[in-house]
Write a protein that binds this ligand. Structure first.
Ligand SMILES: NC(=O)c1ccc[n+]([C@@H]2O[C@H](COP(=O)([O-])OP(=O)(O)OC[C@H]3O[C@@H](n4cnc5c(N)ncnc54)[C@H](O)[C@@H]3O)[C@@H](O)[C@H]2O)c1
Length: 394
């Protein structure tokens, strides 16, 4: 394909403006043809900031257009319905995580995309941080040898303040018709939140580091800050039983150990990720925490030189149009978007971080949730060891 991909973006909010729109406007393979948001004023603002020709408020009108190759879904709340509609409409799809809450639905979406020859990509942002891309290449080159232990951390303090609304959509009227969330106050009933919203990209990094699937997990979800303001329209705090801190450990098929903790009530800045992989020959630590203008670092050590040293990240890992003043969101997402465009334009099989990969991550999230609810180790794959029933228990 020699012409540029024409992209339709659904959602003109904060993340769209700092990650998606800069990415598509900088990639040499794409142009943003349409911006769609329920809030026309916001969509118009983004259209003028990013030079977008067309503004819509109804996503179905965007999906019906024949001149759009790629649909980018960057809305808050559930993405599942728009994902299936976009695939049915024959569009390549980028969507924020989670694609769906139940890994089996993510797999269905993957199969639909495959059947139509469409590429997919999920906002597993941090596999595209230059430091992480460099780490993956070092692992592929054999730097760590056989993987022994992975530790992943995602910790930020976004919701440490209970008056920061739990539902961060900017509501103008109270949401109607939505099932209340976090109202089951039992230990088993705690609603999955941090693990899915924040743990997912680091679980994704961990799977690449150990190079294989997990065969079992055991985990716990916890609620540290029990009373919170539900939406921006609520003035009072209420009891909301959500996972704002969690921990799990697992084992891979060949015996490597895997640990992960995620929380948004742990003091520290965004993105709040640390990933450490230790193998038979070497170890790598990546830190993605925005501190004093530094957004990423990578340190490595070898079996015969055990003191960790910082490595310079080679220029080839930075996205098109990268500027040293870019915030982490623009720097990392630029790689994600450009890589997606390259995968579509090349027409080959390559499609990293797609719905199939997202389903692997979501299956672990579902298994950890199941482990918490049943207080025991859970075997993977879930389909082989558990009857989860027809309706989603997640
Ligand atoms: N991958 C990451 O690292 C990362 C980081 C931040 C946010 N996110 C995700 O990005 C998504 C958006 O977050 P945000 O902070 O931009 O939210 P936001 O509330 O600022 O913006 C979302 C926008 O989507 C619009 N919208 C909702 N439903 C719509 C529909 N059906 N049609 C058209 N427009 C619709 C809303 O009007 C709103 O303007 C969330 O899923 C969030 O979890 C991901």
């Amino acid at each position: 394909m020699s012409r540029k991909l024409r992209v339709g973006v659904i959602g003109a909010g904060r993340w769209s403006a700092s990650a998606h729109l800069p990415g598509f406007s900088r990639s040499p393979h794409s142009e943003i043809a349409v911006i769609c948001d329920l809030d026309r004023g916001l969509a118009e603002k983004r259209a003028s900031e990013f030079g977008i020709e067309s503004v819509l408020t109804d996503a179905s009108q965007l999906l019906a257009r024949g001149d759009i190759d790629v649909v980018d879904i960057v809305t808050r709340g559930d993405h599942q319905e728009l994902v299936f509609q976009a695939l049915e409409a024959g569009k390549h799809v980028l969507v924020e995580k989670p694609v769906c809450h139940d890994y089996r639905d993510v797999l269905r979406a993957h199969e639909l995309a495959e059947s139509k020859g469409l590429k997919t990509k999920v906002g597993l942002t941090f596999r595209y941080a230059p430091a992480v891309m460099y780490m993956f290449d070092l692992i592929r080159e054999g730097f760590i040898g056989k993987p022994f232990v992975f530790n992943g951390y995602e910790q930020n303090s976004q919701w440490l303040n209970p008056d920061n609304p739990m539902d961060k959509r900017i509501h103008k009227t109270k949401p109607v018709g939505e099932a209340p969330w976090g109202v089951d106050l039992t230990r088993e009933g705690i609603a999955v939140s941090s693990l899915e919203g924040y743990g997912a990209p680091t679980i994704d990094i961990g799977l690449e580091c150990v190079g294989e699937d997990l065969k079992q997990v055991v985990g716990i979800l916890s609620n540290m800050v029990p009373f919170r303001r539900r939406t921006n329209l609520d003035t009072e705090r209420e009891r909301i039983n959500i996972d704002d801190a969690d921990m799990f450990m697992g084992e891979t098929r060949s015996g490597a150990l895997f640990s992960m903790q995620s929380s948004y009530v742990t003091v520290g800045n965004y993105p709040g990720i640390e990933a450490r992989i230790f193998g038979s020959e070497g170890a790598i630590k990546v830190r993605l925490v925005d501190e004093f203008g530094v957004i990423q670092t990578i340190h490595t050590a070898k079996a015969d030189a055990v003191e960790f040293v910082q490595r310079e990240i080679p220029a080839k890992y930075f996205p098109p149009g990268f500027q040293t003043t870019d915030p982490w969101s623009t720097a990392f997402y630029g790689n994600l978007v450009h890589n997606f465009c390259e995968e579509i334009v090349s027409g080959g099989r390559a499609n990293q971080g797609n719905f199939a990969q997202s389903a692997r991550v979501q299956e672990i999230i579902n298994a950890v949730t199941h482990s918490h609810r049943t207080r025991r180790w859970v075997d993977l794959p879930l389909s082989g060891s558990h009857s989860l029933g027809q309706t989603s228990p997640f």
